[in-house]
Ligand binder design. Sequence first.
Ligand SMILES: [Zn+2]
Ligand SMILES: [Zn+2]
Length: 420
Amino acid sequence: MNTKLQILQGAGQIGGNIVLIEGKKSRLILDFGIPLTELDGNPTDLKLSDEKVKKYLPNIPDLYRNKQDKETLIFVSHAHPDHFGLLRYVDKSISICTMKVTKELIEKGSKLLYDNLFDDLNLVEIRETIHTPDFMVDGFPVDHSVAGSCAFRITDKKSKKDILYSGDLRTHGRSNIETELFVKYNTDPDYLILEGTTLSREETETKTEEDIENEMTEIFSDNKMSIVCCSPLNIDRIVSVHNACKRVNKTFVIDPYTAYILETFRGSDIPNYKSENIKVYCVPNSQSKKVFEDTDYMKFRYNRIDFDDIMATPENFVIKDNSKISEFITKRMSLDDINLVYSYWEGYLEDEKYRWHNYIDQLRQVHTSGHIAKSDLVKLVEDLKPKKIIPIHTLASEKFKEYFGDKVVELNKDNVLEIK
Ligand SMILES: [Zn+2]
Ligand SMILES: [Zn+2]
């Protein structure tokens, strides 16, 4: 039999990717995500009921039982819930292959954010080419808005065809060199399964993370406290906030969870929680409690700051938002005396249940997408020279046709592409 390729989920929507590549003796699943529509208003909330998410599970019995009829491997491109959120249902006997950082983010997220729902997954770090009877798979780091993101190259041993899967990527972040190298080492693939998130959005000028840093520097430079709402997993953004603080000589106040993430990925480019202009506010919430259950992390307290010290000279601080500290601050200070900086995708603000929705009129929005801009997407395709392009993670497959003509093959769960 020839290898079959199917997009089980994620073809005509943003997020919730599940790609099936089925060979004679083995099968690969690329990503296993929950559609973003289920995550509205709280992009990190994965404590969803079975009833809400079970309907998205693909009908592949092997995934949910202890013995598989056919060797089955799952590959996860990065630690965003729309790419890994359904993994809690997968049988523990199945290997889930991913980059080291993604493995750690899912494991730590399970403990600190997701009520242990993702404990005991059989996560395997990709160190070299992975072989199955039908395929060879390699992972390539790419630039995206969460550390540890990667793309995959799958080689079908029978047909010798190469399939590239982009995952989510961009070329305007601090790690853009990784996307460039991914392209450089993977030209002329037979198939490219490519994300097109930005194709349905209005084209605006694409800001780099350096632009974000400059905008934040300007905002922080006035004589007010700033509260910044951003993801601690978006290390690029944390670097931008931290650099901006340094430039205007202010102290960045983070919570224990953010300190924990920085400590986990400690490296030369990543701010250290012990830096002079970083302080840890031991916010009394469940995440802090869980972080401090590990006595190793009690050390964060040696660089802590108390609430009253922040309130004594609020204009000297930039606060990483979390619901508790922002609640405490807004009880004591007028919103007129605070710069509220929102640094996520603006679409989340539309949900009335979202805490930041209430501040929509006061917000300064400073953000750049985790996804490749239209013009960069066109250039990426020019450089990669794929024979065929399969859209995914997009609301605008028709735009693919406009840009890439008859190279585009639209797939969804009902049509199967034979690789031969
Ligand atoms: Zn995604
Ligand atoms: Zn993503």
